[in-house]
Design a protein around this ligand. Structure first.
Ligand code: PPE
Length: 315
């Protein structure tokens, strides 16, 4: 993996600081205990200028993740939304990934989080295709990971929390070491959950099926968008438990997520899915999704928040 492309400034607790100066103390609670909640958001260069995809929903999820862990940001949802827009603008980015993070900062070491400051940061930087340049058209080969997703009474999957990504890292490392682009986790009941950083859809006899929130998934915003687009394209959609072997015999499979967007899966455990090529339903969903984020199709759901032009000048 290439190193990340820096931008100029990072927003930290209400102020812009230079990228290289955006640091935390090594005894910050978050470093020792994984105590952070975050979002991954994309801004797209649309026909009508740069716009952020489903900003309100992402920040709502951030606030909910923080609530689950009793973390009170000093900033309101509205302030964080505005700060995301400003961070994109200030860095003069046309298209980027936005990473807001709310975390327990530096006060004391010890599991007990009571009394740690709650810090908030937002970075924006270019990020290309998550699973490789060809992934969107050619699809990716995945395996079922040997690590299960966390059980519902261990760590809350609906919170997008830093600590959850230790499980994701085990899955991802295993996938890469074994020569796959990604791993899909089962839940602790043995049913399909999600990828290390993506939700999953199967197309079975023309119908879209995706695991329910009770399968230890993150309730993806792209997932919700796909459900909406698919319904409006006239497909039946279902949130239903998925057994592993259904993945082998499905007509199509694809991932959804902010980073991964809508990416076809062409094999699971080296079992080729249908023809082994991107399927027509996946293509139709991609066309609808990318149509909106490029501005080629009207933003009929109000999913895009324009980045104010003037804000870029306030450096
Ligand atoms: N499940 C997980 C575990 C997950 O991390 C993501 C997003 C999703 C589902 C899809 O959610 P949504 O983006 O709201 O559609 N993963 C983020 C982080 C990836 C990373 O490597 O970091 C992302 O896609 O931004």
């Amino acid at each position: 993996m290439a190193n990340m492309i820096k931008s100029e400034k990072i927003w930290m607790n209400g102020e812009f600081v230079a990228w290289d100066d955006a640091k935390v103390h090594v005894l910050s609670h978050v470093l020792h205990y994984g105590s952070s909640v975050f979002e991954g958001i994309r801004a797209y260069s649309t026909r009508n200028g740069t716009a952020i995809f489903r900003l309100g929903e992402h920040i709502e999820r951030l606030m909910n993740s923080a609530k689950i862990y009793r973390m009170k940001s000093q900033f309101s949802a509205e302030q964080i939304e505005r700060a995301c827009l400003e961070t994109v603008a200030v860095n003069g980015l046309k298209e980027c990934y936005i990473r807001p993070l709310v975390y327990r900062g530096y006060a004391h070491v010890g599991v007990n989080p009571v009394g740690t400051p709650i810090d908030t940061m937002i970075a924006a930087y270019p990020w290309g295709k998550y699973l490789g340049d060809d992934a969107l058209t050619k699809g990716v080969a995945v395996k079922i990971g040997t690590w299960a997703r966390m059980a519902p009474n261990t760590l809350p999957a609906l919170a997008k929390a830093g600590g959850n990504y230790l499980n994701s890292q085990l899955l991802k490392l295993e996938a890469i070491e074994d020569g796959y682009a990604e791993a899909i986790a089962l839940d602790t009941h043995g049913l399909v959950s999600e990828g290390s950083g993506e939700n999953l859809f199967a197309v079975v006899k023309g119908e879209l099926v995706t695991p329910p929130v009770s399968s230890s998934i993150l309730a993806g915003i792209t997932r919700a968008s796909v459900l909406r687009l698919a319904r409006d394209l006239g497909y039946n959609v279902r949130e239903a438990p998925i057994p592993r072997e259904l993945l082998y015999i499905a007509d199509e499979l694809f991932f959804s997520g902010t980073a991964v967007e809508v990416t076809p899966i062409t094999s699971v455990d080296r079992v080729v899915v249908a023809s082994g090529e991107r399927g027509p339903v996946t293509k139709a969903i991609q066309d609808a999704f990318f149509g909106i984020v490029t501005g080629d199709l009207p933003d009929r759901y109000g999913w895009l928040t324009p980045v104010p032009q003037g804000a870029a000048k306030r450096k």
